[in-house]
Design a protein. Structure first.
Length: 172
């Protein structure tokens, strides 16, 4: 199982080692549901941490990590990525996918033309958007932004064959 990126340490809060967290989960407080975090530190090291305390106020998430008891120790963690084990993610309904599952999939249209691969997914509020980057096999060299609207623009996600079928013309 792989580790999945769910957030990042965005800064410090106060002088007692609290960390400001940027959550990539929806809703943002879902990041606090994971019991074990692995921090990938900017210096290249990584280690599992235990949360001693957590707080959410509006759209701000802060946590206290065991063993991080002052501002200097907290500052050393700023920029760290927060990852969790893939096995700890909640099961999804049929036809639903996590963003990480879509990244790297080849996107083809109804004419079986390769449009590129999914680089990442943008969260816009109205709907998610697939960022499709061209690859050597692509029909052209255009980057495309394709709304993730199932049964409208996205017709099928075939994880086994690493393909997303879309209703998308070349001149869109």
């Amino acid at each position: 199982m792989q580790d999945i990126l769910v957030g990042a340490v965005d800064g410090v809060f106060g002088i007692k080692g609290w960390l400001k967290i940027k959550s990539f989960t929806q809703p943002i407080d879902n990041i606090l549901k994971y019991s074990e975090w692995k921090l990938a530190i900017p210096d290249g090291s990584s280690h599992s941490v235990e949360l001693e305390a957590k707080n959410i106020a509006g759209r701000k998430v802060t946590v206290k990590v065991a063993g991080v008891d002052d501002r200097d120790a907290a500052l050393a963690l700023v920029g760290a990525e927060i990852k969790v084990s893939e096995g700890s993610l909640p099961a999804l309904e049929e036809g639903e996918f996590y963003h990480y599952q879509l990244e790297g999939l080849t996107v083809v249209n109804a004419a079986h033309q390769c449009l590129g691969v999914v680089s990442h997914v943008l969260v816009t509020g109205a709907n998610d958007v697939l960022v499709v980057k061209p690859v050597p096999e692509s029909v052209d060299s255009k980057e495309r932004l394709i709304p993730y609207l199932f049964n409208k623009t996205v017709m099928a996600v075939l994880l086994d064959s690493s393909v997303i079928e879309v209703e998308w013309e070349l001149d869109y």
